[in-house]
Write a protein that binds this ligand. Structure first.
Ligand SMILES: Cc1cc2nc3c(=O)[nH]c(=O)nc-3n(C[C@H](O)[C@H](O)[C@H](O)COP(=O)(O)OP(=O)(O)OC[C@H]3O[C@@H](n4cnc5c(N)ncnc54)[C@H](O)[C@@H]3O)c2cc1C
Ligand code: FES
Length: 257
């Protein structure tokens, strides 16, 4: 659905990362973890295309949702300059979202960089379903990490890995995934982040026959399955539209080559 949302707040929460709360009651009521909105960022022609951003928090009772976004280029820079209270054109909820049930108890959620944004509502849903949740966050350095307290408050076991060792484990998030598997604490894997990390996390899961899902990112246009600007290559052959067949796919389905 298309709704004019009202920006309630928009603040910087880490290096180049902002958090925006948008009031849009119908979209918030329909949103599920792992889905996204397509935002129109200018009334002018540039940028022409909407920008896809995941739901980071969903509060149906308050009629709001929160997005967590990294300034990547012109569109997200425009987004960071929008002030509360102002209007924003929101199309959503879009995409298939995570499936939150699986056999077993231990879920590992692995997120790289801003890719961790869609993991919070997933962690909430899994905890509500009685699952044990470990969150592994990977980042370049401690300055790029957002607050993990909301996860800890849910009872999630949070582990951090940074490339430069400035916070948590000095190394890659996928090394912490291997550790969780070795300790028999991963029945099911959810992964979201840069392609390199997804590819590696999938390879580890497949080697240990651990099922799961990954959320992938491609460039997008309409978000509605019409423009074909968002192809994800499938191992079984052919392509799927990331906007409506994804962005969440089962582990082993995507062809990263
Ligand atoms: C389903 C989905 C959910 C997303 N959720 C979030 C989120 O929660 N938070 C967040 O910060 N970002 C998210 N993104 C990525 C976000 O959409 C892009 O960063 C944004 O569109 C960039 O727009 P821009 O105008 O700022 O940058 P542009 O000037 O358009 O691009 C800047 C650089 O980023 C690359 N880029 C742009 N869009 C994408 C993309 N979709 N995939 C890979 N590379 C891209 C471009 O090639 C270019 O190198 C999501 C993307 C998808 C597809
Ligand atoms: S973004 Fe248009 S078909 Fe997917």
């Amino acid at each position: 659905m298309l709704q004019t949302g009202i920006i309630q707040s928009n603040r910087r929460v880490a290096k180049d990362i902002y958090e925006m709360v948008i009031e849009a009651p119908e979209i918030a009521a329909a949103a599920r973890p792992g889905q996204f909105v397509n935002l129109r960022l200018s009334s002018r022609l540039d940028p022409l295309l909407r920008r896809p951003i995941s739901f980071h928090k969903i509060d149906a009772a308050a009629g709001t949702f929160t997005i967590l976004y990294l300034i990547a280029g012109q569109g997200t820079a425009l987004l960071s300059r929008m002030e509360a209270p102002s209007e924003i054109d929101v199309l959503g909820p879009l995409g298939n979202g995570w499936t939150c049930s699986f056999p077993g108890v231990h879920a590992v959620l692995i997120g790289g960089g801003i890719g961790a944004a869609p993991l919070y509502p997933l962690a909430q849903a899994l905890r509500d379903a009685g699952k044990e949740v470990q969150l592994i966050l990977g980042a370049k350095s401690g300055g790029s990490l957002t607050d993990t307290a909301p996860y800890t408050a849910l009872g999630v076991d949070v582990r951090v890995a940074t490339d430069d060792g400035s916070a948590g484990f000095h190394g890659f998030a996928t090394q912490l995934l291997e550790q969780a598997i070795a300790e028999d604490r991963c029945d099911y894997l959810y992964a979201c982040g840069p392609q390199g990390m997804l590819r590696q996390a999938e390879a580890i899961a497949l080697a240990h026959q651990i099922p799961g899902q990954v959320s992938t990112e491609t460039h997008m246009g309409c978000g509605l399955g019409v423009c074909l600007l968002c192809p994800s290559k499938m191992k079984a052959g052919g392509y799927k539209r990331t906007c409506i067949d994804g962005p969440v796919f089962p582990i082993g389905a995507l062809d990263y080559a």
